[in-house]
Design a protein around this ligand. Structure first.
Ligand SMILES: [Zn+2]
Length: 423
Protein backbone atom coordinates (compact mmCIF):
# COMPACT_ATOMS: atom_id res chain seq x y z
CA UNK A 1 0.00 0.00 0.00
CA UNK A 2 2.64 2.47 1.05
CA UNK A 3 4.83 1.38 -1.84
CA UNK A 4 2.12 2.26 -4.35
CA UNK A 5 1.65 5.62 -2.71
CA UNK A 6 5.37 6.32 -2.87
CA UNK A 7 5.48 5.34 -6.51
CA UNK A 8 2.69 7.78 -7.35
CA UNK A 9 4.46 10.57 -5.57
CA UNK A 10 7.75 9.78 -7.24
CA UNK A 11 5.99 9.88 -10.59
CA UNK A 12 4.61 13.24 -9.61
CA UNK A 13 8.12 14.49 -8.86
CA UNK A 14 9.30 13.49 -12.30
CA UNK A 15 6.30 14.93 -14.06
CA UNK A 16 5.89 18.18 -12.26
CA UNK A 17 9.37 19.03 -11.06
CA UNK A 18 9.23 21.73 -8.44
CA UNK A 19 5.47 22.17 -8.54
CA UNK A 20 5.11 18.62 -7.22
CA UNK A 21 3.64 19.73 -4.00
CA UNK A 22 0.36 20.72 -5.53
CA UNK A 23 -0.04 17.30 -7.04
CA UNK A 24 -0.70 14.48 -4.62
CA UNK A 25 0.19 16.05 -1.37
CA UNK A 26 -3.35 16.18 -0.08
CA UNK A 27 -2.21 15.43 3.40
CA UNK A 28 1.47 16.34 3.39
CA UNK A 29 2.87 19.62 4.65
CA UNK A 30 5.37 21.50 2.52
CA UNK A 31 8.34 22.21 4.80
CA UNK A 32 10.84 24.87 3.83
CA UNK A 33 13.96 25.51 5.87
CA UNK A 34 15.69 28.79 5.10
CA UNK A 35 19.09 30.11 6.06
CA UNK A 36 18.92 33.92 5.96
CA UNK A 37 22.37 34.33 7.51
CA UNK A 38 24.69 32.21 9.67
CA UNK A 39 22.73 32.98 12.84
CA UNK A 40 19.31 33.48 11.34
CA UNK A 41 17.38 30.40 10.31
CA UNK A 42 13.71 29.80 9.90
CA UNK A 43 11.33 27.07 8.89
CA UNK A 44 7.87 27.38 7.42
CA UNK A 45 5.09 24.86 6.99
CA UNK A 46 2.41 25.16 4.37
CA UNK A 47 -0.73 23.13 4.04
CA UNK A 48 -2.93 22.86 0.96
CA UNK A 49 -6.05 22.91 3.08
CA UNK A 50 -6.86 24.75 6.33
CA UNK A 51 -5.68 22.85 9.39
CA UNK A 52 -6.19 23.24 13.12
CA UNK A 53 -2.72 22.17 14.20
CA UNK A 54 0.68 20.84 13.26
CA UNK A 55 2.15 17.94 15.16
CA UNK A 56 5.82 17.04 14.98
CA UNK A 57 6.67 13.48 14.07
CA UNK A 58 9.28 13.27 16.84
CA UNK A 59 9.34 15.05 20.17
CA UNK A 60 12.19 13.64 22.24
CA UNK A 61 11.57 16.52 24.67
CA UNK A 62 9.77 19.88 24.70
CA UNK A 63 12.74 21.94 23.57
CA UNK A 64 11.01 23.40 20.51
CA UNK A 65 8.97 25.57 22.89
CA UNK A 66 12.11 27.49 23.85
CA UNK A 67 14.04 27.14 20.60
CA UNK A 68 11.39 27.74 17.93
CA UNK A 69 9.71 31.17 17.96
CA UNK A 70 6.62 31.61 15.79
CA UNK A 71 7.07 34.77 13.69
CA UNK A 72 3.45 35.61 14.38
CA UNK A 73 2.20 36.07 17.95
CA UNK A 74 -0.99 34.33 16.94
CA UNK A 75 0.70 30.91 17.23
CA UNK A 76 2.11 28.88 20.04
CA UNK A 77 3.77 25.51 20.58
CA UNK A 78 2.37 23.34 23.36
CA UNK A 79 3.67 20.11 24.81
CA UNK A 80 0.80 17.70 25.30
CA UNK A 81 1.15 14.02 26.19
CA UNK A 82 4.75 13.95 25.05
CA UNK A 83 4.02 15.64 21.72
CA UNK A 84 4.85 19.17 20.57
CA UNK A 85 1.88 20.71 18.80
CA UNK A 86 1.51 24.04 17.01
CA UNK A 87 -1.84 25.81 16.95
CA UNK A 88 -3.29 29.28 16.78
CA UNK A 89 -4.04 30.77 20.18
CA UNK A 90 -7.59 31.54 19.03
CA UNK A 91 -8.00 27.91 17.88
CA UNK A 92 -8.95 28.91 14.34
CA UNK A 93 -7.57 27.18 11.25
CA UNK A 94 -4.52 28.20 9.23
CA UNK A 95 -2.56 27.16 6.16
CA UNK A 96 0.94 28.33 7.01
CA UNK A 97 3.20 29.10 9.92
CA UNK A 98 6.84 30.20 10.17
CA UNK A 99 9.30 29.84 13.04
CA UNK A 100 12.59 31.48 13.81
CA UNK A 101 15.04 28.77 14.90
CA UNK A 102 17.87 28.66 17.43
CA UNK A 103 20.75 27.29 15.36
CA UNK A 104 22.99 25.96 18.11
CA UNK A 105 24.10 22.47 19.02
CA UNK A 106 21.88 20.66 21.49
CA UNK A 107 21.82 17.08 22.57
CA UNK A 108 18.38 15.53 22.21
CA UNK A 109 17.78 12.29 24.09
CA UNK A 110 18.33 9.35 21.73
CA UNK A 111 17.88 11.60 18.72
CA UNK A 112 20.15 13.23 16.19
CA UNK A 113 21.21 16.79 16.93
CA UNK A 114 19.09 19.16 14.84
CA UNK A 115 21.96 21.63 14.32
CA UNK A 116 25.65 20.77 14.27
CA UNK A 117 27.44 24.04 13.53
CA UNK A 118 30.86 24.15 11.92
CA UNK A 119 33.40 26.70 13.10
CA UNK A 120 33.23 28.49 9.72
CA UNK A 121 29.50 29.28 9.87
CA UNK A 122 28.53 26.16 7.95
CA UNK A 123 25.79 23.94 9.40
CA UNK A 124 24.78 20.32 9.41
CA UNK A 125 21.04 20.00 9.85
CA UNK A 126 18.97 16.94 10.57
CA UNK A 127 15.96 16.89 8.26
CA UNK A 128 14.04 14.56 10.57
CA UNK A 129 13.81 17.30 13.18
CA UNK A 130 11.46 19.16 10.82
CA UNK A 131 9.10 16.31 9.99
CA UNK A 132 5.58 17.34 10.91
CA UNK A 133 2.02 16.39 10.07
CA UNK A 134 -1.12 18.40 9.44
CA UNK A 135 -3.34 18.14 12.54
CA UNK A 136 -1.94 14.90 13.98
CA UNK A 137 0.71 12.32 13.22
CA UNK A 138 -0.65 8.80 13.24
CA UNK A 139 2.83 7.29 13.34
CA UNK A 140 2.40 5.75 9.88
CA UNK A 141 3.54 8.78 7.89
CA UNK A 142 6.80 8.21 6.07
CA UNK A 143 6.99 10.78 3.32
CA UNK A 144 7.93 14.37 3.85
CA UNK A 145 8.00 17.23 1.33
CA UNK A 146 11.14 19.18 2.13
CA UNK A 147 12.96 22.20 0.72
CA UNK A 148 16.00 24.23 1.73
CA UNK A 149 16.95 27.77 0.73
CA UNK A 150 20.34 29.33 1.40
CA UNK A 151 22.37 32.38 0.38
CA UNK A 152 24.05 32.16 -3.04
CA UNK A 153 27.57 31.67 -1.65
CA UNK A 154 26.58 28.45 0.15
CA UNK A 155 26.55 24.88 -1.12
CA UNK A 156 23.56 22.78 -0.08
CA UNK A 157 24.28 19.05 0.10
CA UNK A 158 21.28 16.76 -0.03
CA UNK A 159 21.71 13.03 -0.72
CA UNK A 160 25.38 13.62 -1.49
CA UNK A 161 24.62 16.12 -4.28
CA UNK A 162 25.51 19.79 -4.11
CA UNK A 163 22.95 22.48 -4.98
CA UNK A 164 22.86 26.27 -4.98
CA UNK A 165 20.18 28.66 -3.64
CA UNK A 166 17.34 26.16 -3.28
CA UNK A 167 16.50 22.51 -3.57
CA UNK A 168 13.55 20.29 -2.68
CA UNK A 169 13.14 16.56 -2.19
CA UNK A 170 10.99 13.86 -0.64
CA UNK A 171 12.41 12.61 2.62
CA UNK A 172 11.67 9.41 4.50
CA UNK A 173 12.49 7.13 7.44
CA UNK A 174 14.84 8.82 9.93
CA UNK A 175 15.64 11.66 7.54
CA UNK A 176 19.14 12.74 6.61
CA UNK A 177 21.85 15.23 7.38
CA UNK A 178 21.94 18.33 5.19
CA UNK A 179 25.08 20.39 4.83
CA UNK A 180 24.76 24.11 4.17
CA UNK A 181 28.01 26.02 3.95
CA UNK A 182 30.82 27.15 1.75
CA UNK A 183 33.04 24.08 1.80
CA UNK A 184 33.05 21.55 -0.98
CA UNK A 185 33.29 17.84 -0.39
CA UNK A 186 36.54 15.95 -0.69
CA UNK A 187 36.67 12.39 -2.00
CA UNK A 188 39.35 10.49 -0.11
CA UNK A 189 38.67 7.12 -1.74
CA UNK A 190 36.60 5.37 0.93
CA UNK A 191 34.26 8.24 1.73
CA UNK A 192 33.41 11.76 0.67
CA UNK A 193 34.21 14.13 3.49
CA UNK A 194 33.48 17.64 4.67
CA UNK A 195 35.76 18.26 7.63
CA UNK A 196 35.71 21.39 9.76
CA UNK A 197 38.96 23.33 9.22
CA UNK A 198 39.06 24.04 12.97
CA UNK A 199 39.15 20.38 13.97
CA UNK A 200 42.59 19.75 15.36
CA UNK A 201 45.01 18.52 12.75
CA UNK A 202 45.55 15.45 14.93
CA UNK A 203 41.90 14.41 14.70
CA UNK A 204 41.66 15.23 10.99
CA UNK A 205 44.85 13.29 10.25
CA UNK A 206 43.74 10.27 12.25
CA UNK A 207 40.38 10.33 10.52
CA UNK A 208 41.87 10.43 7.06
CA UNK A 209 44.36 7.69 7.87
CA UNK A 210 42.34 5.34 10.06
CA UNK A 211 38.77 5.54 8.87
CA UNK A 212 39.49 3.92 5.46
CA UNK A 213 41.38 1.12 7.26
CA UNK A 214 38.47 0.59 9.63
CA UNK A 215 36.07 0.48 6.70
CA UNK A 216 38.20 -2.18 4.95
CA UNK A 217 38.08 -4.37 8.05
CA UNK A 218 34.30 -3.98 8.25
CA UNK A 219 33.93 -4.70 4.53
CA UNK A 220 35.62 -8.06 4.95
CA UNK A 221 32.75 -9.26 7.10
CA UNK A 222 29.79 -7.13 6.13
CA UNK A 223 30.43 -6.41 2.45
CA UNK A 224 31.06 -3.19 0.57
CA UNK A 225 28.65 -0.31 1.25
CA UNK A 226 26.16 0.14 -1.59
CA UNK A 227 27.18 3.78 -1.97
CA UNK A 228 30.27 5.71 -0.92
CA UNK A 229 29.20 7.41 2.32
CA UNK A 230 29.52 11.10 3.13
CA UNK A 231 31.38 12.00 6.28
CA UNK A 232 30.67 15.24 8.09
CA UNK A 233 33.00 16.29 10.88
CA UNK A 234 32.09 19.52 12.62
CA UNK A 235 33.33 21.48 15.58
CA UNK A 236 31.77 24.25 17.64
CA UNK A 237 32.76 26.20 20.73
CA UNK A 238 30.45 26.23 23.73
CA UNK A 239 29.99 29.04 26.20
CA UNK A 240 28.82 27.00 29.18
CA UNK A 241 31.83 24.75 29.66
CA UNK A 242 30.24 21.71 28.08
CA UNK A 243 32.51 19.58 25.95
CA UNK A 244 32.37 16.25 24.25
CA UNK A 245 31.60 14.56 21.01
CA UNK A 246 28.61 12.89 19.48
CA UNK A 247 28.34 10.84 16.35
CA UNK A 248 25.77 9.04 14.35
CA UNK A 249 25.00 7.36 11.09
CA UNK A 250 22.15 7.49 8.63
CA UNK A 251 22.04 5.69 5.28
CA UNK A 252 25.16 6.76 3.33
CA UNK A 253 26.11 9.28 5.98
CA UNK A 254 28.33 9.31 9.01
CA UNK A 255 28.68 12.41 11.13
CA UNK A 256 30.78 13.37 14.10
CA UNK A 257 30.53 16.56 16.06
CA UNK A 258 32.99 17.85 18.62
CA UNK A 259 32.04 20.65 20.96
CA UNK A 260 33.68 22.53 23.77
CA UNK A 261 36.96 24.22 24.53
CA UNK A 262 40.02 23.96 22.34
CA UNK A 263 41.95 21.77 24.73
CA UNK A 264 39.37 19.08 24.31
CA UNK A 265 40.06 18.80 20.61
CA UNK A 266 43.49 17.36 21.33
CA UNK A 267 42.18 14.74 23.72
CA UNK A 268 43.06 11.10 24.07
CA UNK A 269 43.96 9.51 20.72
CA UNK A 270 42.69 6.07 21.77
CA UNK A 271 39.27 7.46 22.68
CA UNK A 272 39.08 9.25 19.33
CA UNK A 273 39.87 6.05 17.44
CA UNK A 274 37.26 4.17 19.43
CA UNK A 275 34.71 6.86 18.51
CA UNK A 276 35.59 6.51 14.80
CA UNK A 277 35.43 2.71 14.93
CA UNK A 278 32.08 2.72 16.71
CA UNK A 279 30.50 5.07 14.14
CA UNK A 280 32.09 3.21 11.22
CA UNK A 281 30.60 -0.05 12.53
CA UNK A 282 27.09 1.46 12.47
CA UNK A 283 27.43 2.08 8.73
CA UNK A 284 27.82 -1.65 8.13
CA UNK A 285 25.04 -2.88 10.36
CA UNK A 286 22.39 -2.84 7.63
CA UNK A 287 19.64 -2.95 10.21
CA UNK A 288 16.85 -4.50 8.23
CA UNK A 289 14.16 -4.56 10.86
CA UNK A 290 13.14 -1.79 13.19
CA UNK A 291 13.64 -1.66 16.93
CA UNK A 292 10.15 -1.26 18.29
CA UNK A 293 11.18 -1.17 21.89
CA UNK A 294 13.76 1.51 22.87
CA UNK A 295 15.62 -1.00 25.05
CA UNK A 296 16.44 -3.07 21.97
CA UNK A 297 18.93 -0.41 20.94
CA UNK A 298 21.40 -2.28 23.16
CA UNK A 299 21.88 -4.54 20.15
CA UNK A 300 23.24 -2.06 17.65
CA UNK A 301 25.09 0.01 20.25
CA UNK A 302 26.58 -3.14 21.77
CA UNK A 303 27.50 -4.49 18.37
CA UNK A 304 29.18 -1.18 17.41
CA UNK A 305 31.13 -1.19 20.69
CA UNK A 306 32.17 -4.79 20.13
CA UNK A 307 33.32 -4.03 16.58
CA UNK A 308 35.23 -1.00 17.91
CA UNK A 309 37.08 -3.34 20.24
CA UNK A 310 37.95 -5.75 17.44
CA UNK A 311 39.00 -2.97 15.07
CA UNK A 312 41.16 -1.26 17.70
CA UNK A 313 42.94 -4.49 18.60
CA UNK A 314 43.56 -5.21 14.95
CA UNK A 315 44.71 -1.75 13.81
CA UNK A 316 46.18 -0.25 16.97
CA UNK A 317 47.36 -3.07 19.25
CA UNK A 318 49.33 -0.49 21.25
CA UNK A 319 46.00 0.51 22.79
CA UNK A 320 45.29 -2.91 24.21
CA UNK A 321 45.29 -1.50 27.74
CA UNK A 322 42.68 1.09 26.77
CA UNK A 323 40.54 -1.62 25.16
CA UNK A 324 40.82 -3.88 28.20
CA UNK A 325 39.73 -1.01 30.43
CA UNK A 326 36.72 -0.35 28.15
CA UNK A 327 35.69 -4.01 28.42
CA UNK A 328 35.84 -4.15 32.20
CA UNK A 329 34.24 -0.73 32.59
CA UNK A 330 31.31 -1.76 30.36
CA UNK A 331 30.72 -4.85 32.46
CA UNK A 332 31.00 -3.17 35.83
CA UNK A 333 28.91 -0.12 34.84
CA UNK A 334 26.27 -2.28 33.23
CA UNK A 335 25.98 -4.55 36.26
CA UNK A 336 25.93 -1.56 38.62
CA UNK A 337 23.15 0.10 36.59
CA UNK A 338 20.93 -2.95 36.57
CA UNK A 339 21.77 -4.06 40.09
CA UNK A 340 18.54 -2.71 41.51
CA UNK A 341 16.64 -2.34 38.25
CA UNK A 342 16.61 -3.48 34.61
CA UNK A 343 17.89 -2.07 31.36
CA UNK A 344 14.30 -1.21 30.41
CA UNK A 345 14.00 0.92 33.55
CA UNK A 346 17.41 2.50 33.02
CA UNK A 347 16.46 3.57 29.50
CA UNK A 348 13.17 4.96 30.79
CA UNK A 349 15.21 7.02 33.27
CA UNK A 350 17.34 8.37 30.44
CA UNK A 351 20.46 6.34 31.20
CA UNK A 352 21.30 5.61 27.56
CA UNK A 353 24.94 4.87 28.39
CA UNK A 354 23.65 1.61 29.85
CA UNK A 355 22.58 0.51 26.36
CA UNK A 356 26.19 0.76 25.18
CA UNK A 357 27.65 -0.78 28.31
CA UNK A 358 25.24 -3.69 28.66
CA UNK A 359 25.20 -4.26 24.90
CA UNK A 360 28.98 -4.40 24.81
CA UNK A 361 29.06 -6.67 27.86
CA UNK A 362 26.56 -9.07 26.24
CA UNK A 363 28.33 -9.22 22.85
CA UNK A 364 31.70 -9.61 24.54
CA UNK A 365 30.42 -12.48 26.67
CA UNK A 366 28.99 -14.23 23.60
CA UNK A 367 32.22 -13.79 21.63
CA UNK A 368 34.39 -14.99 24.52
CA UNK A 369 32.21 -18.06 25.03
CA UNK A 370 32.54 -19.21 21.43
CA UNK A 371 35.70 -20.82 20.09
CA UNK A 372 35.37 -19.26 16.63
CA UNK A 373 37.07 -15.94 15.89
CA UNK A 374 34.35 -14.04 14.03
CA UNK A 375 31.43 -14.81 16.29
CA UNK A 376 30.15 -11.25 16.54
CA UNK A 377 30.26 -10.77 12.77
CA UNK A 378 28.58 -14.04 11.81
CA UNK A 379 26.00 -13.77 14.59
CA UNK A 380 25.13 -10.28 13.37
CA UNK A 381 24.84 -11.34 9.72
CA UNK A 382 22.70 -14.31 10.70
CA UNK A 383 20.51 -12.11 12.82
CA UNK A 384 20.08 -9.56 10.02
CA UNK A 385 19.02 -12.40 7.72
CA UNK A 386 16.54 -13.57 10.30
CA UNK A 387 14.87 -10.19 10.69
CA UNK A 388 14.52 -9.31 7.00
CA UNK A 389 10.98 -9.20 5.74
CA UNK A 390 9.81 -6.77 8.41
CA UNK A 391 10.34 -9.21 11.24
CA UNK A 392 10.55 -7.36 14.48
CA UNK A 393 13.97 -6.65 15.94
CA UNK A 394 13.95 -8.01 19.47
CA UNK A 395 16.38 -8.93 22.21
CA UNK A 396 14.65 -12.24 22.46
CA UNK A 397 15.37 -13.34 18.89
CA UNK A 398 19.04 -12.30 19.04
CA UNK A 399 19.67 -14.06 22.34
CA UNK A 400 17.85 -17.19 21.17
CA UNK A 401 19.99 -17.29 18.04
CA UNK A 402 23.14 -16.82 20.13
CA UNK A 403 22.14 -19.73 22.34
CA UNK A 404 21.16 -21.94 19.45
CA UNK A 405 24.21 -21.41 17.22
CA UNK A 406 26.85 -19.31 18.95
CA UNK A 407 27.55 -21.08 22.20
CA UNK A 408 25.71 -18.74 24.55
CA UNK A 409 24.98 -20.81 27.65
CA UNK A 410 21.42 -21.17 28.88
CA UNK A 411 22.54 -19.66 32.15
CA UNK A 412 23.96 -16.54 30.50
CA UNK A 413 20.97 -16.26 28.22
CA UNK A 414 18.67 -16.16 31.26
CA UNK A 415 20.96 -13.74 33.01
CA UNK A 416 20.87 -11.33 30.04
CA UNK A 417 17.12 -11.62 29.69
CA UNK A 418 16.69 -10.72 33.35
CA UNK A 419 19.16 -7.89 33.02
CA UNK A 420 17.28 -6.45 30.02
CA UNK A 421 13.96 -7.05 31.71
CA UNK A 422 11.50 -6.78 28.82
CA UNK A 423 10.26 -10.35 28.82
ZN1 LIG B 1 26.31 4.21 18.37
Amino acid sequence: MLRIFVFKLVTAVILYGSSIFEAHAANILYTEIEKLSAKHWQVSYQSQTPIKAIMFANSPDDSRIARWQPLSDAFKISYINGREIVARKDATTFTSVTFKLTPTYIHLPKNYAPFSPFSNNAMLLHSGRFFACPNICSGNENLWAMAVKAPAEDNIFVDGISYKIKTSWWDKNDGQKLYIGQQLSHDNGSYIGIVDPELSSEIAKQMELMLPKMMSILEESYGVLPKKPMLFASYSETNDGRFGHQGGTLPNQVFMHWYGHNVYKEQDAAATLWFFAHEAAHMYQHMSGSAVDPVDNWMHEGHAEMMAKKIMLSLSPQYEGFVRAKVSEAKSHCLASVNQSTLVEQVALGNYRALYQCGFYIFNTIENGDARINTTETLWLDYMKEITGNKKVSSDSLLSLAELSYGLSKENNNKFRNLIGNE
